[in-house]
Write a new protein. Structure first.
Ligand SMILES: NC(=O)c1ccc[n+]([C@@H]2O[C@H](COP(=O)([O-])OP(=O)(O)OC[C@H]3O[C@@H](n4cnc5c(N)ncnc54)[C@H](OP(=O)(O)O)[C@@H]3O)[C@@H](O)[C@H]2O)c1
Length: 266
């Protein structure tokens, strides 16, 4: 019998990451679940092993910390059955850059940029010689914007899209069957907005998506070898619009949004 492939999912303790873990287990992958909240990871691992008869392992790691990141990277590099890495762990902050505490911005860059880069390097050094599998980087529609009040979030997700797109070009040059994807969701129901203390109420109902839908779209795109996946027709239109706008108009729109947010705060 063929060996089951291993999927490594970061940020698997809630939201989109937990949904990736469920859907990948249903596809017959063994799982390595990574995040900081051990209790969440362990109960998900038990649930997946029982429901899908796959091996689910847990690594408790703060991916913004160098030593933890390297520990996870080493596990990825040395997994002989590695099939997929999902760089999903992430968080948002709200507020003007110079007003926010520097540590939260450093943390975000370490997680969205350094961890995604470090773990992708580990995965590709394993997958490219074997000629299989892939990496999904969970980015955001924010990658296409430059929002006032969300400077580091947009910048790090923009980096993620550029990084993934350039990797895609390299893999094509190497004629490698290894796939990479930047998944760019819009508003998705998860713990994301609670963690960032973002009020969900001003956001229209029609813009909310479930993690189930977002992950299904990602995996469908992965099967088709799609580089950029934007779940939902509304967000595809929004991104088309954002791309068509000149930079000054995009920034003006974002400044208006930020102004509304500032007024709400006072
Ligand atoms: N929800 C949205 O509207 C939305 C839209 C676009 C993109 N996204 C992106 O989707 C991804 C998943 O977010 P989500 O919506 O599922 O939010 P979530 O429910 O808050 O999940 C975030 C996950 O990241 C993990 N994480 C955070 N900091 C970490 C760290 N230092 N080390 C290891 N793990 C860490 C958290 O686990 P622990 O706290 O247990 O460590 C949690 O499992 C993020 O990259 C986010 O930017 C979300």
């Amino acid at each position: 019998m063929a060996e089951r492939k291993l999927a490594v999912v970061t940020g698997a303790s809630s939201g989109i990451g937990a949904m990736f873990a469920r859907k990948l287990a249903a596809r017959g992958y063994d799982l390595l679940l990574v995040a900081r909240r051990e209790d969440r990871l362990r109960s998900l691992a038990v649930e997946l092993s029982e429901m899908y008869h796959v091996d689910s392992d847990v690594m408790v790691a703060d991916l913004a910390a160098d030593a933890d990141r390297e520990r996870v990277a080493e596990r990825i590099r040395s997994a002989s059955n590695l099939g997929l890495l999902v760089n999903n762990a992430g968080f948002g902050t709200l507020g003007f850059f110079a007003d926010s505490d520097l540590e939260s911005q450093l943390q975000m860059h370490r997680l969205h940029v350094l961890a995604a880069m470090h773990l992708t390097h580990a995965a590709l050094t394993n997958l490219i010689p074997r000629g299989e599998g892939g990496v999904i980087n969970v980015s955001s529609v924010a990658a296409f914007g430059q929002s006032a009040g969300s400077v580091s979030y947009c910048a790090t997700k923009g980096w993620m899209n550029d990084f993934t797109s350039a990797l895609h070009a390299e893999l094509e040059v190497q004629k490698s069957p290894v796939k990479v994807q930047a998944l760019c969701p819009g508003f998705t129901l998860s713990e994301f907005h609670d963690t960032a203390a973002i009020d969900r109420s001003p956001i229209p109902q029609s813009l909310w998506m479930t993690a189930d839908f977002v992950v299904s779209e990602s995996l469908r795109g992965f099967d088709e070898g799609k580089l950029i996946v934007i779940p939902g027709w509304r967000y595809k239109l929004i991104v088309m619009f954002m791309k068509a706008l000149p930079g000054w108009a995009l920034r003006k729109m974002s400044a208006k949004g930020a102004e509304r947010y500032r007024k709400q705060k006072v």
